[in-house]
Structure formats: C-alpha cells, structure tokens
Design a protein around this ligand. Structure first.
Ligand code: PLP
Length: 386
C-alpha cells in the first residue's frame, strides 16, 4: 500500500481539533468556568426566519407533491437568483451560470485547487485560516507563505518579481480582521493578471465589512479575469452546522468555469433543499435585517473585548469589519505562552498565532459568543495582572 506522504508535512492535529480537546480538558480540571473564545464557531441560535424557512422546507419533503431528491448540481435557481441580486447590490455583475452552491467554504478552498495541475506553486499571505493551505499540502502543491506585518495592518502586498499559479486572499481576514481596500485589491488583481495567476478570494466574512467597504472582489475592475470567489453562509447567518455557501467561477476564466461544472459532476451531489431554502431567506428584507442584527451583535462583542485589552495596554487589530480580535502578546510572552496565561489565569480559551501558520507573538480571541460570556471574559482580562 502506498499512502500519501504529504500528510507527513502537516502538524499531527488540525489546530481547531487540538483547541477543542484543550477546552474539554480545561473544563474538567479548572475551578473557573471556561469561556471558549478559541474556536470561531457561532454561539447564538439561528434567527427565527431562517429556522422557520427550514422547518417549512422539511415539511415539504414529507409530502408526495413537494418531495425532492437530489438537488440540481450547481444549486436551486431560487437561491442563485438571490445571490445574483446580492452581487448587484454590492456593485458586481455575476450570472447564475457562474454560481455553484456548496456545502460551505472549507471544502471549497481545497477543492478549487483540483482545477489546476499537480505540484503548482501556491501563495498564502500569513497569518491565515489554515484549512486551505493544508489542503494544498495534501494535494502535493508547493505552498509558499508570505508573512505580513502589523505596520500594514497585516494587509499583504504583492511580491513583485515572483510568480505563483494560485494566490489565496481572505478579506476580511481571519484572524487579523484586516479588510482590503479597493486599491489594495486592485494591486493584487493587476499583479495576478500580469503574472498569469488565479486569485482564490475567501469572502467567508464579507458581510462583516462595514458599509462603504469592498464586499466582493468582483466590485474591483479586472477581477472577473483572474479571480474565483468562495463565500459561506456560516458566519453571516449562523449556518456553521447547517452547511451552505457558494463559489463563483466567472466565465471570463475560460475553461475553468466548465471544468468546475465537470468537477462537481464527478465529486459532489449538491446541498440539501432544506439548507438552500434557509439560506435563500437571507435575500428578503426580513432575512437581511436578522442577519445584520446578528453580525452587529458579534461586532459589538469584539468592541467590548477591545476595551479590556486597551486597559491592559495591549495592541489589538482595530478593524470594525471582523468578529475576531487579534492581540499582541505582552512583552516577553510567546503566542502559546500568552494563550496558556489566558487559559490558566482567566479561564479563557484563545487561539495562538501558530494556528494561523504565523510565528508572530499574537493570539486570536473570537467574539462569536454570548454577551454574558463576553462581559465576563472582558472583566477577567481587565483584572489580569501582567
Ligand atoms: N474561510 C475562513 C476564513 C474561515 O474562517 C472559515 C471558518 O472559520 C471558513 C472559510 C470555513 O467556513 P465554512 O463553515 O463555510 O466551511
């Protein structure tokens, strides 16, 4: 038997699986109630409109007249219609045959690399969400990391003079919260076109972008000639457990659009009618309002955490477009050291920067939590003796 040796290049555990174990252990051993701000999973129940729509859809599947089997491979028209309308609101023209409804962003970030040749050179600005880089390692691709720095708010700058086949960009970024401006994205688009690269744009947090900001790469001139966008309803609608998202492969990318269709034919049997009905409720005034309220709730949580960090004179990202707070460790502490200190002294679970493939001394706090836990966590941080 020959196994894939590239698995040997990965850490033994996926960072968030490791964190889940750590929280479980701490909950058993600690006298303090452990507050989990480590894994970025939503904590509040679904807004009622989404749950109601899915309940209705589930009932339809129990009747002869409205039962449905396999969904259309690239998604139901009712959902794709809504997505087209949302792009138009965000200043981009996307057609239904460029949209592929998916089970979320994580699998897609790796799947999309299958469109390209084996052993391609792939660029990841870091810190970054690790799943896509790990998928490329498993595929045997040549993964290159581009460190970013605090002085630039962790927004990467194109490495002019070097070439890559694929470039992964994420905006707003997990974990740093940095959101690209129009001109920053335009510089990457120009670089990608001139070096014959394709950008894989991870917009999992695009609905967190403050109004007036860039919510899709396709709002930037030239993007349809060089970029695939991957989006998710996980964090904006609370669908981490429901599973629904979409990927856009513009027709301007030539064969890639039809190859994507072909890939899905071979590899994927679609997303459940129930999930798609739930997601489609977002494209109604009531659904949009419910999602925005929830997003603002989590962003307010982030602001509460920042007040406590400010009191401690710690540096943190000041992005208003993110549910995450990226914090510099106090002088003399590594990222793991600070993460351990938060767990041992405050009962707060955080994610050390190494989880985001970055060796700077930072930790990420997730604001996807209840208000009660966020206030409690902020008080514990403010009282910490550093
Ligand atoms: N991309 C980023 C940047 C993320 O942070 C996450 C999840 O945390 C994902 C993608 C995966 O999201 P999904 O739940 O749609 O798989």
């Amino acid at each position: 038997m020959k196994i894939n040796d590239d698995f040997g290049k990965l850490p033994a555990d996926y960072v968030f699986a490791e964190l889940a174990e750590k929280v479980k252990r701490a909950r058993k051993l600690s006298e303090k109630r452990i507050i989990d701000l480590g894994i970025g999973d939503v904590k509040l129940p679904l807004p009622k409109i989404f749950a109601d729509e899915m309940e209705k859809a589930a009932k339809e599947t129990g009747k002869k007249e409205t039962f449905r089997g396999y969904p259309p491979q690239s998604g139901y028209d009712f959902l794709k219609n809504g997505i087209v309308g949302e792009y138009a609101r965000d200043g981009a023209e996307i057609s239904e045959d460029e949209i592929f409804v998916t089970d979320g962003a994580k699998s897609e970030l790796g799947n999309v690399a299958e469109l390209f040749g084996k052993g391609i050179k792939v660029l990841f600005p870091v810190p970054c969400y690790p799943a896509a880089a790990e998928s490329n390692v498993i595929l045997g691709n040549d993964v290159v990391y581009l460190p970013t720095d605090r002085e630039n708010d962790f927004i990467p700058v194109p490495p002019y003079g070097k070439t890559f086949d694929l470039i992964y960009l994420c905006s707003p970024s997990n974990p740093t919260g940095g959101a690209f401006s129009y001109l920053q994205l335009k510089s990457w688009i120009d670089y990608a076109i001139s070096s014959n690269a394709v950008i894989i744009y991870d917009g999992a947090y695009s609905r967190f972008v403050e109004s007036g900001g860039v919510r899709t790469i396709y709002a930037v001139k030239g993007a349809k000639n060089c970029a695939i966008e991957i989006r998710s309803f996980s964090k904006s609608l609370g669908f981490t457990g429901i599973r629904c998202g979409f990927t856009v492969v513009p027709k301007e990318l030539g064969d890639l659009n039809s190859l994507y269709k072909r890939r899905i034919g071979a590899r994927f049997n679609g997303v459940s009618y129930i999930s798609q009905r739930g997601a489609a409720a977002y494209f109604t005034p009531e659904g949009r309002k419910a999602a925005e309220k929830r997003i603002n709730f989590y962003k307010t949580n982030a602001s509460v955490l920042k007040i406590a960090l400010k009191k401690q004179n710690l540096w943190y990202n000041n992005s208003c477009s993110s549910p995450y707070v990226f914090v510099k460790s106090p002088d003399g502490l590594s990222s793991d050291g600070f993460s351990d200190l938060l767990l041992d002294n405050c009962g707060i679970c955080s994610t050390p920067a190494r989880g985001f493939l970055f060796d700077g001394n930072y930790v990420r706090l997730s604001a996807f939590s209840t208000r009660e836990d966020i206030f409690e966590a902020a008080e514990r941080i403010a009282d910490l003796r550093l």
